[in-house]
Design a binder for this molecule. Structure first.
Ligand SMILES: [Zn+2]
Length: 207
């Protein structure tokens, strides 16, 4: 059998894995239901850590309140400003949306004022009028590279296994019909395939 880990197989599976990762993340954001926004909580240490690593430049923290909601493959955290708000309003919202499976690979940070207007949006694509409360109005398109690497490897491995399984099944079917497992040429004599030379009795196959 030709090696599974050929350059072509690896490249195709990695590209496939990356594309699937992004499509899955966007699908999670757009289609997966989110649980309710929940009750406001004092930001946890993790909230503050996430915020510190993702807050837009120029935004001082930490936030005063946090609402978190999560659905399959998507987590949305809403931070409410307090005394830290540079604009003087206590109603600014800083939202972090992270999406992807098995780990988040796309993320957006949106900073809106009390009327829902965007003050700043990093890694976010606006689908519609950015009215606050429209959960999916901001589509995360910022890449979280470590997450994308993990998801690409995960889906790429699945693609590689499916590819391998398809080759094995195809070879079995061809042999069962008296065809060469490698090229599907009819096997008229025992021994090797007259077309490609693959031993007809062996388990060799090549795609
Ligand atoms: Zn053949």
């Amino acid at each position: 059998m030709r090696p599974l880990w050929t350059f072509t197989a690896m490249a195709v599976c990695l590209v496939t894995g990356a594309i699937v990762s992004v499509v899955v993340a966007l699908s999670c954001h757009l289609w997966m239901p989110l649980s309710g926004a929940g009750s406001p909580q004092h930001p946890t240490e993790n909230d503050v850590r996430v915020w510190k690593t993702r807050a837009p430049k120029g935004v001082d923290g930490p936030p005063q309140l946090a609402f978190a909601s999560a659905g399959l493959g998507v987590k949305r955290t809403l931070f409410l400003s307090g005394s830290t708000d540079p604009g003087g309003s206590s109603d600014d919202h800083w939202m972090v949306v992270r999406a992807g499976l098995p780990v988040p690979c796309l993320q957006a940070i949106v900073w809106t004022d009390q009327d829902g207007r965007a003050i700043r949006a990093d890694g976010a694509y606006s689908l519609a009028r950015p009215v606050w409360g429209s959960r999916r109005a901001w589509v995360p398109i910022g890449v979280a590279w470590s997450g994308l690497a993990i998801n690409t490897a995960s889906f790429g491995l699945v693609a590689l296994l499916l590819w391998h399984a398809a080759r094995v099944i195809r070879a079995r079917r061809r042999r069962a019909r008296g065809l060469c497992a490698a090229c599907a040429h009819p096997l008229v004599t025992s021994g090797a395939c007259a077309e490609c030379g693959t031993p007809s009795s062996g388990t060799n196959l090549s795609a």
